[in-house]
Ligand binder design. Sequence first.
Ligand code: SF4
Length: 213
Amino acid sequence: METPKNPHSPRYRIREGLNRLATVLRADEWTRAKAAGLNPTQLAILDLLEARPDGLSVKMIAAHLGVSQPSATDSINALEKKGHIEKRASAVDGRSVGVYLSPEGSAVLRQDATIDLTEQAIDCLDASEQQALLAMFIKMIRNLQEKDAIPVQRMCVTCRYFAPFAHSDAERPHHCHFVNAAFGQPELRIDCRDHEQADPTSRAATWARFQAG
Ligand code: SF4
């Protein structure tokens, strides 16, 4: 038991904090999903497919959502019945089946204008606090990805087009070679549709430059 003389570690407390925020996030997801006539897993699948014009396999959908393949299949079948997704030959591997967002599924996402409790909590942080928090999330997510604990996340820090701190402009220090433009720390992507994973050696070098600032 925690006492003033025997306090829990900061790690324990951070986990508690993340747990509380995850509860609010789940409540928000239920609210959004209910408004769309879906459950949270079904809505999460539409969100996932929205930025993936090449579709995803059932296996990858399950991995991204952290659910079993049978559970993902149930949700995909329900979405297909509603006309929100389509299954067809994969654009990446013609021998397998890909899952794609349909125009009807896109319309469901466009109707979603909920300002949720999670966003309200984020808005209580000022701009520099939000920027610092984003950088911390990127570090934690990258750590999990490099351990293969989660699927590839389409983040700038793992992208072959990313050049961190390539410019002297403090507002826009980074460079994206895909669009050939400078951008700032708040625009660092966690899920970019133009992302291409860099090789491990380049990723390590990019991360070292990013950390050095
Ligand atoms: S392509 Fe996307 S992920 Fe890659 S550096 Fe540019 S903005 Fe970042």
